[in-house]
Design a protein around this ligand. Sequence first.
Ligand code: AMP
Ligand code: MG
Length: 493
Amino acid sequence: MKLNAEHITDAIGWRFDNSYIGLPDYFYAPLQPVPVQCPQVVMSNHALATSLGLNIRALSQEDAALLFSGNILPDTAQPIAQAYAGHQFGHFTILGDGRAILLGEHLTQAGERFDIQLKGSGQTPFSRRGDGRAALAPMLREYIISEAMHALNIPTTRSLAVVTTGESVIRENILPGAILTRVAASHIRVGTFEYAASKGDAAAIKTLADYVIQRHYHDLIDTENPYLSLLSQVIHRQASLVAKWLLVGFIHGVMNTDNMSISGETIDYGPCAFMDAYDPNTVFSSIDHQGRYRYSNQPLMAQWNLARFAETLLPLIHPMQEKALALAEQAIHSFPEIYQTHWLVGMRMKLGLFTEETEDVVLIQNLLAWMQKNYADYTNTFRMLAAEAVPEGAVFNDAEFMAWHARWQERLSRQSESKLMSFRLMQANNPAIIPRNHRVEEALSAASEHGDYSLIHRLLAAVTNPFVDVPEHSDYRTAPAPSERVYQTFCGT
Ligand code: AMP
Ligand code: MG
């Protein structure tokens, strides 16, 4: 009989091919996950597994629990904790995976490469004072929100499984522990570049940049200045990503440079949440006292982070410091316009517009201003516009809204596309269902406090099919009553 690790590797279909460990050894620490007492699978993502060419169903419950807890390692895994740094709320710190282990990189049949990481897997050389562990509710939050983001067509890391560990973690309360299996294009962050730059050795940053170009930006290899092109491409991907966040009302919550992925995926779901009533100043995170990462500040913070990224690339961009600085600054200063273009393209789709008129920006801003003044729900207002009927409900029975609506109707009639085409475009760009925070919290409490996962499964079914009006899911469309509103989310991770 085969050894269990080999059997599990074959059964699920792992095809590990680990390239990150080819980097110089100061980029990571090889080590094993710390085994847990009594692992049990509570979530497994069969759709994701299938898309990766994996078969979780081929494993027994026991073997799946051993695998996704890290108690048994696939025989082809080469587990490491990655080193990185980061600006946290503006302050530079050396960090690293303090509670995560990268098992390796799985190659799909199509040749796509994905990091497979266990989050909550025990202490590492980078744990500082942390216990290396994660509590169940935040790991389930990451699972729900990342899968919702994916369904909303927003680039994101994904969640393959959650296991409970049978151990407690001590935070403000004693909580059940858990481990999340995260799937990412890679876990290379702006902070990884800051870490390389902190070595004070130009070779380190070049090695990392070359690796990233090879892995994520292969088309840039033959450009005239691949490192400047890399900066420009990362700027484009982040501008597009953050525009998508704002278009659906998403607030990341902790946009530190260590939580900004070089591949352009949303990463590290901590105190993130979706906005209900439209208010550009919305902030949920309990640790964000200044509102640094509030909804409307996210583009500015992305640009700030990208400037930190640009600084690390300076020696590669041009041998003359002044020239390098000028080129990098020019790239960074292009961010607002690139962002604005993505946002406007997205907003036009949300309003069913196929053509471009200069006045569109004002039309959009007027709608948003009206929403803010009237505490209108962001998601529901757009979805209501995407219904063919004239919007109903007390909040729309308002002269200012009706005047806006008439202007919008006129605008629609100035394009040759039919109203039906506009509605189709709008239905595909205005979700009916987002993971509203009060429903997320409700589902997390049921699971974490009572072991009842039925709410999570129902919520997941709804948020992973967000653009279709499913009558059984209509309760998820209701905005929270004042008494249900969740004002703060906790890192409590
Ligand atoms: P995060 O806020 O999750 O992005 O984490 C920021 C940094 O703190 C990362 O380096 C994490 O690995 C580390 N960290 C967070 N929680 C823990 C923990 N419980 N034990 C050890 N390190 C942690
Ligand atoms: Mg992080």
